[in-house]
Design a protein around this ligand. Structure first.
Ligand code: CTP
Ligand code: CA
Length: 232
């Protein structure tokens, strides 16, 4: 085989990526989840690895394969994802692509919840999950570069700018999911294409619609460019 002599700009860089949904249990057989496929996060992990990074992917339950050349950790819940990410610190960069469930049921029943005649459906008491990105964005071991995503159906840039500040991120990759079908082939949550804006303190950069693999390749190049100027 020919020797690949192309430069690997992320060689020696450790990068954490989160991807997929989380599953929040209600009882041993039921959970709360969302439609995230993990395609965009996994593609970003693969693209960073192609540039030579030591990628640690923390994935929720997805139906796609672990990316090549990436160390993948599998988790179920938001709390498990948070613990896995914090265990992986320190890192040079972290990219939060996972669609973490915002809420979980406060309790998970030890046994399957049964229908009881005359009692009606169970009332689930929901509590908020920890914000994994915000925790890392404000961590004492904060990576030099922290990238978040934002799925919005309205006020895309305004909401992304608010998340940038609140979560301590350097970039927010903002997705408009207002016309998302959820499971269709064009929608962000299940499809293969994506249209994003890169929101940072420097302003808003609008990228044309492209495949999720192309978004991943371009984002990996942007991360490599930014890390080049950061001496650790
Ligand atoms: N995120 C996270 N942990 C959470 C919620 C979100 O790490 N508990 C991360 C996501 O991975 C993403 C970013 O935060 O990178 C924004 O997620 P999003 O759902 O758009 O924002 P929220 O802060 O949850 O606000 P809302 O869903 O109300 O818009
Ligand atoms: Ca959310």
């Amino acid at each position: 085989a020919l020797l690949d002599v192309r430069p690997k700009p992320l060689a020696g860089r450790k990068i954490i990526v989160t991807s997929g949904p989380t599953h929040e249990p209600i009882d041993p057989v039921r959970y709360i989840a969302n439609r995230s496929s993990g395609k965009q996060g996994h593609a970003i992990a693969a693209a960073l690895a192609r540039l030579g990074a030591d990628v640690r992917l923390v994935s929720g339950p997805v139906g796609i394969a672990d990316p090549a050349e990436v160390t993948t950790l599998h988790v179920e819940t938001a709390n498990e994802m948070k613990d896995a990410v914090e265990q992986l610190l320190p890192a040079d960069a972290a990219v939060f692509v996972a669609a973490v469930a915002d809420w979980r049921s406060e309790t998970s029943a030890g046994e399957k919840i049964k229908k009881v005649a005359g009692k009606g459906p169970p009332a689930l008491q929901m509590i908020e999950n920890p914000d994994i990105l915000a925790g890392v964005g404000h961590h004492r071991k904060r990576p030099s570069l922290v990238v978040g995503f934002a799925a919005e159906t309205q006020d895309l840039v305004k909401n992304a700018e608010a998340k940038l500040a609140k979560k301590g991120a350097d970039f927010i990759v903002a997705n408009d999911v207002s016309h998302d079908s959820g499971t269709g082939s064009s929608g962000v949550m299940g499809g293969d294409r994506n249209k994003v804006r890169i929101v940072s303190k420097a302003g808003v950069d609008e990228w044309p619609e492209m495949s999720k693999d192309e978004v991943a390749t371009r984002l990996a190049a942007l991360i490599a460019e930014r890390l080049k100027t950061i001496i650790v």
